[in-house]
Ligand binder design. Structure first.
Ligand code: ZZB
Length: 258
């Protein structure tokens, strides 16, 4: 899988994260790196998700920057030449996902450039970087999770203001309008982020509809078909150092034997 790793720079650590990070990053800028297959939706980021039960690491890229992601992702990055010494991972510290919640970060290209880190229980340890940027207008999982967090802020131990940014229209599709994900969540009667089966179906439809029939509503490529804008946004973000290319081997067996 060829992902785009979105660099979300920390603007202000949560109190819990601050205590853990203090003195350990050597003055480096720290970025949460979110793996996405939909760089063209970055205008509509409203928050970022981490797993409250996963462990993350902060890894030195060079003397100036560090990336926060799972150690599995850092190993992949090391072999892709992301860090100063190929094949080598330099971990500065380890931190629980739960402690990152409430951290304020910069979301590149987003209409709302400052967003918060929130918990998502369905983040998989085995995919991407373990950090997921949230685009509730176009991702049914993100929309369902954001609505659940708003309903049960106390249960999730979040400040309601961290989940206050509303979905932003980014892509228009003929069938679902300007907000594909909320329309699909309603149509398939999805009530919770745990409705795994209808959410998988909604995701599949949203991917196809957005890619084949979507038109950009905002940004540098406004008015262009998503099919064309997708690569352009990705390349522009990488050229501006707002993102990195991040690939993931499809399966361990294949990657070992080939
Ligand atoms: C922003 C975004 C905007 C995404 C969208 C999707 C959509 P896939 O297809 O199964 O490979 N993601 C990334 N890593 C994880 C993880 N560890 N656990 C759970 N979800 C993860 O899934 C790739 C997408 O799943 C990524 O692209 C990311 O969310 C999320 F409008 O980033 B995406 C219709 C989907 N729309």
């Amino acid at each position: 899988q060829e992902y785009t790793g979105i660099k979300m720079e920390v603007a202000q650590w949560s109190d819990a994260a601050k205590a853990e990070i203090e003195g350990k990053v050597g003055g480096r800028k720290v970025f949460l790196v979110a793996a996405t297959l939909r760089p063209e939706t970055m205008y509509g980021q409203t928050n970022c998700f981490v797993s409250p039960t996963l462990k993350y690491g902060v890894f030195a890229v060079n003397e100036k920057e560090a990336f926060l992601c799972t150690s599995r992702a850092a190993r992949n990055m090391a072999f892709q030449g992301t860090f100063s010494t190929r094949g080598q991972v330099h971990e500065l510290l380890e931190i629980d996902g739960s402690k990152l919640v409430g951290t304020k970060i910069h979301a590149p290209l987003a209409v709302n450039p400052e967003v918060y880190v929130l918990p998502m229980e369905t983040v998989l340890a085995t995919k991407g970087t373990g950090v997921v940027t949230s685009v509730p207008s176009d991702s049914p999982d993100d929309y369902a999770t954001l609505m659940d967090l708003r309903k049960k802020a106390e249960y999730y131990k979040i400040d309601p203001s961290w989940a206050a940014i509303d979905p932003v229209p980014v892509i228009s599709t003929p069938t679902y309008g300007d907000m594909t994900a909320p329309a699909l969540v309603k149509k398939l009667k999805i009530n919770s982020p745990k409705d795994a089966k209808p959410l998988a179906e909604a995701k599949e439809i949203a991917y196809k509809e957005g890619f084949y029939n979507g038109t950009m509503l905002v940004g540098e490529f406004k008015g262009e078909p998503v099919q064309e804008a997708k690569t352009k946004v990705r390349e522009s973000m990488i050229a501006q150092n707002l993102a990195i290319a991040y690939a993931e081997p499809e399966g361990l067996v294949v990657s070992r034997s080939s």
